[in-house]
Write a protein that binds this ligand. Structure first.
Ligand code: AMP
Length: 183
């Protein structure tokens, strides 16, 4: 199983991807986690990415695409993978298709976690991550609407998108996702 978990910031992508990767024994690739860990260890990638994460802006596509290209090569991806936080732009989605085609692979589906905006803002303020200040949240939501949301129609047109309502108990949402993964 190879799929993207998609949704606005605070939709619960990371939480669901972590549970599902355990349950399905597939890799969980989170670009946000890769950036945060690079920042923590002050690697060259971290130094480059920090300003973007702090501001709530997207790290440039060349950098992010390179990370995914490497991540897809790790052995734990053999069984399948969940992409969490990638792609976030149409250009990234197009690169992803090319990378997968090079490996004779393709996405099985894109799970769109649907959560209303008021709920999202409340969740993010509670979460209290470094980039969860009011100002950064509003930038991230704007970036989501401008650059990322168009991917919904992009993947819907390809017949890959499945909507799952992302409000409620974590377990119930996991079950809802699993039921659309294996119809
Ligand atoms: P996330 O943990 O997915 O909310 O991502 C946190 C931050 O990492 C984002 O606000 C961006 O600055 C950066 N980031 C994560 N994924 C991407 C991506 N696919 N493209 C560009 N920037 C990203």
């Amino acid at each position: 199983m190879r799929f993207v978990i998609f949704g606005p910031p605070g939709a619960g992508k990371g939480t669901q991807a972590a549970v599902l990767s355990q349950q399905l024994s597939i890799a969980h690739i989170s670009t946000g986690e890769i950036f945060r860990s690079a920042i923590e260890y002050k690697t060259p990638l971290g130094l480059e990415a920090k300003a973007y994460l702090d501001a709530g802006k997207l790290v440039p596509d060349e950098v992010t695409n390179g990370i995914i290209r490497e991540a897809l090569k790790i052995p734990s991806c053999k069984n399948g993978f969940i992409l969490d936080g990638f792609p976030r732009t149409i250009a990234q989605a197009e690169r992803l298709d090319l990378m997968l085609a090079d490996m004779s692979l393709r996405l099985d589906c894109v799970v769109n976690l649907v959560v209303e905006e008021e709920e999202i803002i409340e969740r993010l303020l509670k979460r209290g991550r470094a980039d969860d200040s009011r100002e950064t949240i509003s930038t991230r939501l704007r970036v989501y609407r401008q650059s990322t949301e168009p991917l919904i129609e992009h993947y819907r047109a390809k017949g890959l998108l499945v909507d799952v309502h992302g409000i409620g108990e974590v377990d119930d949402i996991t079950r809802a996702i699993r039921s659309v993964l294996v119809p």
